[in-house]
Design a protein around this ligand. Structure first.
Ligand code: BGC
Length: 705
């Protein structure tokens, strides 16, 4: 159904409802009455509203009045791969299946508003929440978020896209004042949200904790009213991040609609008794409250709250597990396979060493922030065991211990510094295990405590002595595969030359272990591509090169401006360790021809770019074809190139397909701050088509008039 018509049909009904409500009833709708609930209206058949995180799946039940788990035994769910994993698939149809699956689980758990997806730009390798986010590139985010949101909402659940906006670090997140240019906002930080709103038609948006140009995001008139509700014509509700509200009248006038999560009695919320009092005193017009109620009711009606025909969902069905598996396996990025170690042929193996605590670690919970009570979570060790059965002897060695300064208090989440020295006893054991086997798999990288909400990493170094461990294991057995489980990037300089085979993986969800095993054993041909740049060293990445992270305790200025991620590396000519969009396959692809339907275009046109790709290797595989655009030389201050289109295609050995990648000419515009508008510069643009941002296979020139 056309969403606009749908909203209009409800409008009269909403007006009628609002007329019949007392001020007290209206205000009761606009704030939490529990940590993850807000009041319904029994007389109208509107049940209490249930909110749930989030980016890893439907969160376990939390107590009504504290962050403690509610202690249910019916609140398990599928652990879905994190946002970075979904983005690494570069597969929008998979994003739609993911949205359907997570939406179904939300319904089965009787949830109304899903606090996901989280789509903030990955600005620095250190952000503790990078794992939840999608990418450093706004186009990749936009293309993935739209089908995700649409599919969630098709299940009669509202997506609450977060955290709006410029919430790109955890350090001082509750107060940090971000300064960024208008151009950086428009070109980098906002397009993902804009796509979620204008194309995905998300029903709600979450206001972030931080400030922008002095104002908290939940009382930021520029963001909430002018851009979101004005320019983008957003009709749904703005929900605060949990405890992100700092005022009553200011927030209400700036465009916040619903307040959630404050650490206070529910009546003491800014949008509770004090909202009521503000209207009664005459300091705030009741029509402002009516507008907030209207938006909230639109959300509830849109998801058919209280209606018998509403979808009821399902949990952890075979179909949902398949989605979790498909995302996990398509997300795995083969960074390096220099001695053709991968895939391992099981018929040639009698014994396999599996080394590293992450081989047996789980990731559904831990650290600070939303997790999932996973119905099942297959570890990499279990995945290899599932696939190899008794035919290969598996020998496990822990290799390293997750250990932090100061102390190891598991209740402590913030300010943890990983111990970087290796444990000599564990390393010696790992060496002996690896040396005694035909091949070795080292599983290492991050953990939920290491990459966590509420804190940023201190550096980009591999933690817990993993560098020494992996090098020792590789020396002991050259047939070693390294599997890194990552949130953000790590500094790989100390291991890369020695490492023959390197798989980059994520918080990969319930099926992660099976997916990793299948890639290692060649049952799945890897097709993930990096959704962010892996810098050689931290100082190479833009915010750090410019000392623009994390700012002082009060503010941070995004000095790199639009040069975020690969835009910086490519424009400044800095060699990354692995470029944005990189990912190898067990087969090879040739780009045999790339053509556009015309040579000249005007504003409003769409370039129909077609590319013929051939699988020239011996295995079936999928390739992401990436299109970067280089603006005319005459235009100053454009990044060296920008992603403007991509598609993913599956090919059998020898098979060839011609794919079409549409590129809207308007998307080649850049934001002109002096005029405060988008400008399309005429001239010759180069379309650079390739397998990564630095593996360009073909170029085509087009002229924009
Ligand atoms: C996070 C949000 C989350 C909310 C509720 C906040 O701390 O920033 O992403 O949805 O808590 O759990």
């Amino acid at each position: 159904m056309n969403d606009k018509t749908f909203i209009m049909e409800n409008e009269k009904e909403i007006t009628r409802i609002i007329r019949g409500l007392s001020l007290e009833e209206k205000v009761s709708l606009l704030h939490g009455n529990g940590k993850f609930t807000s009041a319904g209206l029994a007389q109208l058949g509107l049940p209490e509203v249930h909110y749930t995180d989030g980016p890893l799946g439907i969160r376990e039940e939390i107590s009504r009045d504290s962050w403690n788990p509610a202690g249910w035994n019916t609140d398990s769910a599928t652990f879905f791969p994190a946002g970075t994993a979904l983005a690494a698939t570069w597969n929008p149809s998979l994003a739609a299946r993911y949205g359907t699956a997570i939406g179904m689980e939300a319904r089965a758990r009787n949830k109304d508003i899903l606090l996901a997806p989280a789509i903030n730009i990955i600005r620095t390798p250190l952000c503790g929440r990078n794992y939840e986010y999608f990418s450093e590139d706004p186009l990749l985010i936009s293309r993935m978020v739209v089908p995700y949101v649409q599919a969630v909402q098709d299940q009669d659940v509202a997506a609450c896209v977060k955290h709006f906006a410029v919430n790109n670090q955890e350090t001082n997140r509750g107060s940090i004042d971000v300064t960024a240019s208008e151009r950086a906002l428009r070109e980098i930080y906002l397009p993902g949200f804009k796509a979620a709103v204008t194309e995905g038609k998300c029903r709600s948006v979450m206001g972030a904790y931080n400030r922008f140009r002095g104002d908290f995001l939940c009382e930021n008139e520029y963001f909430l009213t002018r851009i979101l509700k004005g320019e983008w014509d957003f009709k749904g509700s703005v929900i605060s991040d949990w405890g992100a509200v700092h005022s009553t009248i200011r927030s209400a006038l700036a465009g916040l609609d619903v307040e959630m999560g404050t650490e206070a009695p529910f009546s003491a919320y800014y949008f509770a008794d004090s909202l009521l009092a503000a209207v009664k005193r005459g300091d705030l017009q009741e029509k402002v409250v009516d507008g907030m109620v209207r938006r909230h009711l639109r959300v509830l009606m849109g998801i058919k709250a209280g209606k018998p025909e509403r979808k009821t969902g399902a949990i952890n069905t075979a179909e949902i597990r398949k989605v979790a598996y498909d995302v996990a396996s398509e997300a795995i990025v083969l960074l390096r396979n220099s001695r053709d170690i991968l895939p391992l042929d099981p018929s040639g193996l009698r014994s396999l060493a599996i080394i590293g605590a992450n081989a047996k670690a789980t990731f559904a919970n831990g650290g600070f922030g939303a997790g999932v009570k996973a119905q099942n979570e297959v570890t990499v060790f279990q995945g290899l065991k599932n696939r190899l059965g008794d035919s290969v002897q598996l020998k496990y060695a822990q290799g390293y211990r997750e250990k932090y300064h100061p102390g190891d208090d598991p209740a402590r989440f913030f300010g943890l510094q990983p111990v970087t020295e290796a444990d000599p006893v564990l390393v010696a054991e790992a060496i002996a295990t690896a040396a005694s086997c035909d091949a070795a798999v080292v599983v290492m990288g991050t953990s939920r405590r290491f990459d966590t909400e509420g804190d940023d990493r201190h550096d980009m170094l591999l933690p817990f002595g993993q560098e020494q461990l992996v090098n020792a294991v590789t020396r002991a057995n050259p047939k070693t595969v390294v599997v890194i489980i990552a949130g953000g990037p790590f500094d790989l300089r100390g291991i890369i030359d020695q490492t023959g085979a390197l798989l980059w993986t994520w918080f990969g969800g319930s099926e992660h272990g099976n997916a990793v095993a299948d890639v290692i054993l060649g049952r799945v041909n890897p097709s993930g591509k990096l959704p962010y740049t892996i810098p050689a060293k931290l100082e190479d990445s833009p915010a750090h090169a410019l000392h623009a992270f994390p700012g002082d305790s009060a503010s941070v200025e995004y000095l790199e401006d639009i040069l975020v991620g690969y835009r910086w590396f490519d424009t400044r000519g800095i060699e990354p360790m692995y470029p944005f969009g990189h990912g190898l396959s067990y087969t090879s692809f040739d780009y045999t021809g790339c053509l556009t339907d015309q040579s000249g275009y005007a504003r409003g046109d769409t370039i129909k770019l077609s590319c013929t790709v051939r699988n020239t290797g011996g295995r079936e595989g999928s390739e992401v074809i990436e299109v970067y655009v280089m603006a005319p030389q005459s235009v100053a201050n454009r990044p060296a190139q920008e992603l403007k289109g991509f598609t993913k295609v599956n090919l059998r050995p020898g098979e060839e397909k011609t794919v079409e990648i549409p590129i809207c000419i308007n998307d080649l515009s850049c934001f002109d701050e002096s005029q405060n508008e988008w400008k399309l510069h005429p001239g010759e643009y180069t379309l650079r088509i390739g397998a990564s941002s630095r593996d360009i296979r073909r170029t085509v020139q087009v002229v924009v008039k």
